[in-house]
Write a protein that binds this ligand. Sequence first.
Ligand code: 4AD
Ligand code: MG
Length: 454
Amino acid sequence: MLIREILKTAPAAAVMEVKGWVRTRRDAGGLSFIEINDGSCLGNLQIVAQSDMDNFETLIRKLTTGCAVRFTGKLAASPAKGQDVEFQAESVEVYGWSPAESYPLQKKRHSFEFLRNVPHLRPRTNSIGSVMRIRGRLAIAIGRFFEEQGFVQVHTPVISTSDCEGAGEMFSVTTPGPGSGGGESPCSTDFFGRPAGLTVSGQLEAEAYALALGRVYTFGPTFRAENSHTSRHLAEFWMVEPEMAFCDLDEDIDLAEKFLKFLIADVLDNCREDLELFTKFVDKDLRNRLETVTARAFARTTYGEAVRILAKSGKKFEYPISWGADFQAEHEKFLTEEVFGKPTVVTDYPASIKPFYMRLNDDGKTVAAMDVLFPAIGEIIGGSRREDRYAVLEKRMAERNIDPDAYRWYLDLRRYGSAPHAGFGMGFERLVQFVTGMANIRDVIPFPRTAGRA
Ligand code: 4AD
Ligand code: MG
């Protein structure tokens, strides 16, 4: 039985077994008290071992933090406070020792910086364990949300030849191969016969499927060779990207708001114990902040209006803001924390600072874009209505020197049965960050990849 279940079970006379890793052991009054954890929940099970037990001196008294063990015994009501039950050991088996002299994790709390040096061991700590249980829960909730809303999950490719965001941040994928190109390109002898890379977004491929299946979403790893050493950027991160046919920007925003509220409510309901840990040690106001997000409508404003608010605010920003400039973290923070005091959706950004695929508005200078900004996190979602007019898309691509031959298939979607459609991408790690209050994005993904570190 998992410890998660055992802790909710009533004391009983039947002999049972429990397996896990030793967190701590202390001796008192001829007894040994061993706290074990099996990862199924934050809580430990306390094992009580009597000194007359077999192997008390040979095994029990040698147990240290990290050992993998199996006990048989009985569940009894616990006299100690803070726990309802304890486990009275009858026999012990040690699967694996853990030499205390070299084991990097000790009983004391370690800093997150320290733990990043032992990414293979850090899931054994309370904090990273809780983050990962919440992360896993969120991934399931994402599937449930889209299932309820009638979306089909599609698996878009990881290896791609299109730079969706057009920011030149693709990692290249190259290896010698048969090639297929004519010889002019330096990649002609490469495996794919042309330049290929790791995808920065599954959106373009998702569009092809949305224009067939109506509502689709893709959820997978995406890659960006951005050299940003911030607490919000990874070189490999997971993105959730829904795409909907027959959908305008307002419906897209409605979906995004409903989606985020659903996910946060799910964690509030189902991850109580893990959330309490973060409320206690990371952010006292966490629960309250999450509840506020689910309870109140998001603020909505246009880019133009947001720029006016920022310019008039009298606040001194490191990066001065004027129409045409992209928001920096400080601007997003000010808007969500000082001006609106809640999640804020900003729409209609200048075309010049957004990718080629966003639908041009009638003013000819802004696009039907929307970013969802969160307090503390900044941008959590980026989305838009897509340019569905063949001629306009072709012109926008030409302006950016995008080779139309490479995107012929994407243009085809506008040639045959083009329809209004829209979607967005949510950075999964940014969501996990928001929900747990964790300050650094490197601590909410199992094995973080960043510039200089893989
Ligand atoms: O705003 P972005 O670049 O949008 C797209 O890629 C669109 N193609 C999505 C779509 O419309 N289908 O990225 C979407 C989100 C951001 O809002 C942010 O939360 C996250 O992905 N993100 C990152 N998360 C971690 N590390 C990075 N380097 C990230 N870059 C973007
Ligand atoms: Mg963006």
